[in-house]
Design a protein around this ligand. Structure first.
Ligand SMILES: *[C@@H]1O[C@H](CO)[C@@H](O)[C@H](O)[C@H]1NC(C)=O
Ligand SMILES: *[C@@H]1O[C@H](CO)[C@@H](O)[C@H](O)[C@H]1NC(C)=O
Ligand SMILES: *[C@@H]1O[C@H](CO)[C@@H](O)[C@H](O)[C@H]1NC(C)=O
Ligand SMILES: *[C@@H]1O[C@H](CO)[C@@H](O)[C@H](O)[C@H]1NC(C)=O
Ligand SMILES: *[C@@H]1O[C@H](CO)[C@@H](O)[C@H](O)[C@H]1NC(C)=O
Ligand SMILES: *[C@@H]1O[C@H](CO)[C@@H](O)[C@H](O)[C@H]1NC(C)=O
Ligand SMILES: *[C@@H]1O[C@H](CO)[C@@H](O)[C@H](O)[C@H]1NC(C)=O
Ligand SMILES: *[C@@H]1O[C@H](CO)[C@@H](O)[C@H](O)[C@H]1NC(C)=O
Length: 603
């Protein structure tokens, strides 16, 4: 818009100049528009700020020139100036009080110059300034009190600088800044202390930083902050659980980072959050029931992630939820049960996922004309019959035939019963088919779910393995196979007979085997088996002997030492005195020779 108006005014001014209307007080090479009180000197190859402005100018455009410095009180005659544009010059130096006298200036643009440092006092006198653009310079630090007189500043643009440090009181005095943009700088940590000087900040945007984590209390005292944008921090892989504490956000973006899971604990207190964008993070799962605290959440974007699963109940409690954007992930399905009320959902981006078009997605395809896919139709990746077909292409008639599931069914239903002796390893198979592929769970006779690790475990192919069977393992085990369409189960029996222990039966404790050699006990006592006596007599004798030997050798060595010590007695000094000259202190210690001294006692 700005460029457009410059162009337009350029054209106008040429016309007016041609007519000889150009008013008095206009520097040569500049075009002036007296009615609008504008002076435009953009792109005139100026090496210095020209002289002779009319003192009632409100807008001065010096962009696209070759200005190198801005001198002290350079614009002091222009008390009515409201807008000054110094962008796209070669300015590397601004003197203290450069803008003194511009008490009505509202907008100052110094974008795309070569500033490396801003001396304190450069901006003094700019008490009306609302907008300051310092982006695309080479500024390294913001010093304390740099902006101290700018109590009306509202927007500070500081993107694309080489900032390595923002001093703690750099933003002192910026009581009305509502928006701060820190894009692509070399900060290595969040300038917490400096930011806490911005009590009115409502929008903070920090892009392209190399900060690896957000610590607790990173955004202290930003009570008015409503929108936080953190994007393109390639090393950011964690948010401490209290990192966002104190904030009351309505919009949060943490995108293009390296988060591998949703930072639930850090988000929990954001009960006013309406917009959450976690796109382009390697997040794999949206877990059940963990977003429920975000009562007012309306939109969740997690596009371009690594999502493989959205659990049932993932959006439970989110009654206002109306947009889910999970395009370009690895999801095979999205079940209706993920949502609190699927009727409220308006926009769904599900494209770019390897969708398995079965009964679980029937709810989406049924709503395909009502739901807004934002122009990106979901596409089936399987089964083969519908591969590559877009949701909108399905006719109502073919849906019941295509979007179907087959309930889980256990294939081999022959009764399995194992009668074995203690110490044997037993396998019970449980194979099920169905569409989608059923999940297999084994339940013990005590109704515990058996895990994939331990002595009794479920193998990846669904087989139950009981290693080194114990008498107390006896009982019924139940295999449950289930998918969305239905469940099936199968019960098997295990009977373990105790044998007199005249041979060693290893027992399994904490994923490792212990060989008890002297277990005379019969099958009973699991308590004893948990704490086996770990040595036999032979071992004990050897251990004791070795212990005794090493004891003897230690004593011998001691004697040798004592001998040598007693020989050298009298020659060894028992104290050492160390002299040192302390580094000259601030005052400059003149009297030489009087250094420091301390004494160590040797024992
Ligand atoms: C800031 O980072 C950029 C890109 O990594 C690098 O080229 C530049 O030298 C850095 N500047 C400073 C002052 O460290
Ligand atoms: C992102 O995280 C993964 C592991 O979580 C790590 O291997 C990778 O190096 C990280 N990437 C960056 C840019 O730090
Ligand atoms: C949090 O923000 C919301 C929305 O801006 C506002 O209504 C609410 O009063 C704020 N709560 C606090 C404690 O500041
Ligand atoms: C979904 O996310 C993608 C990637 O961030 C974005 O381009 C798109 O605009 C989002 N869709 C909606 C409806 O916001
Ligand atoms: C399951 O895997 C185990 C070990 O990998 C194997 O011994 C067993 O035969 C397999 N069972 C079936 C039913 O494939
Ligand atoms: C299958 O079992 C699960 C858990 O026991 C139950 O929640 C679900 O309703 C069952 N599904 C069917 C179709 O019976
Ligand atoms: C002990 O083990 C041997 C063979 O390992 C067997 O012949 C014997 O019957 C077992 N029982 C007793 C009580 O010795
Ligand atoms: C097994 O040992 C426990 C105590 O360790 C005892 O209470 C129980 O009676 C014993 N059972 C048999 C069958 O010996």
């Amino acid at each position: 818009m700005f460029v457009e108006s410059v162009v337009r005014w350029g054209a106008w001014s040429i016309l007016l100049a041609g007519l000889g209307v150009s008013g008095g007080g206009c520097p040569s090479r500049c075009t002036c528009r007296p009615e609008a009180k504008e002076v435009i000197c953009s792109g005139k190859h100026l090496n210095s700020v020209p002289e002779g402005f009319s003192s009632d100018a409100k807008r001065l455009d010096l962009s696209y020139n070759k200005l190198k410095t801005v001198g002290r009180r350079q614009f002091s005659g222009l008390q009515l100036l409201q807008e000054l544009d110094l962008s796209d010059n070669l300015i590397s130096m601004m003197e203290v009080e450069a803008f003194q006298g511009l008490s009505n200036l509202r907008t100052l643009r110094i974008k795309n110059n070569r500033l490396k440092i801003i001396p304190v006092g450069v901006f003094s006198g700019l008490s009306s300034l609302r907008f300051l653009d310092l982006s695309q310079n080479e500024i390294l630090v913001f010093l304390d009190y740099t902006f101290k007189d700018m109590s009306n500043l509202q927007i500070l643009e500081a993107t694309e600088n080489d900032l390595v440090f923002i001093s703690q009181r750099a933003f002192f005095g910026l009581t009305n800044v509502v928006e701060l943009n820190l894009d692509r700088s070399n900060l290595t940590s969040i300038p917490t202390e400096a930011l806490s000087q911005l009590p009115s900040l409502t929008r903070l945007c920090m892009l392209r930083l190399t900060i690896p984590s957000i610590p607790n209390n990173a955004f202290r005292r930003l009570h008015r902050l409503r929108s936080l944008v953190i994007s393109s921090w390639p090393f950011l892989d964690s948010l401490a659980s209290n990192s966002l504490i104190g904030l009351n956000l309505t919009s949060l973006v943490i995108s293009n980072c390296n988060l591998s899971e949703i930072p639930y604990p850090a988000l929990r207190h954001l009960v006013y959050l309406r917009f959450l964008d976690l796109s382009y993070n390697p997040i794999t799962v949206i877990q059940r029931n963990l977003l429920g605290d975000l009562l007012r959440l309306q939109e969740l974007h997690l596009a371009g992630g690594s999502l493989v699963r959205i659990d049932p109940g993932a959006f439970k409690g989110l009654t206002n939820f109306r947009m889910l954007n999970v395009s370009s992930n690895q999801l095979s399905t999205l079940e209706e049960t993920a949502f609190q009320a699927v009727g409220n959902l308006q926009v769904l981006r599900l494209d770019g996922n390897p969708l398995a078009c079965d009964c679980r997605l029937l709810w989406v395809v049924r709503r395909r004309l009502r739901l807004n896919f934002d122009g990106f139709q979901p596409t089936c990746a399987s089964p083969d019959a519908v591969r590559q077909r877009q949701f909108r292409d399905f006719s109502e008639k073919e849906l019941p035939r295509l979007f179907t599931c087959r309930p889980a069914r256990i294939q081999d239903r022959r009764p399995q019963e194992a009668r074995v002796e203690e110490g044997t390893t037993v396998l019970f198979s449980c194979k099920a088919d169905g569409d989608p592929a059923p999940a297999i769970t084994w339940i013990s006779s005590q109704r515990n779910v058996i895990s994939p690790t331990g002595r009794i475990r479920v193998l990846p192919n669904g087989t139950l393995e009981v290693r080194y069977a114990q008498v107390h393992d006896s009982g019924a085990y139940q295999c449950l196979a289930g998918n969305t369409a239905g469940n099936d189960s199968l019960t098997v029996g295990l009977f373990v007979k105790g044998v007199p222990r005249n041979r060693s039966i290893p027992i399994f404790i904490d994923e490792s085997w212990i060989e008890p050699t002297h277990m005379t006990q019969t099958a009973n006592s699991s308590s004893q088996m948990a704490k086996p006596y770990p040595f036999d007599a032979k071992t004990l004798i050897i251990a004791t002997t070795m212990g005794f030997l090493s004891f003897l050798s230690s004593v011998a060595i001691c004697f040798v030492f004592m001998f040598f010590w007693s020989q050298s007695k009298g020659q060894i000094k028992h104290t050492a005195t160390i002299d040192f000259v302390p580094r000259s202190s601030m005052g400059g210690g003149g009297d030489g020779g009087d250094g420091g001294r301390f004494t160590m006692k040797l024992i």
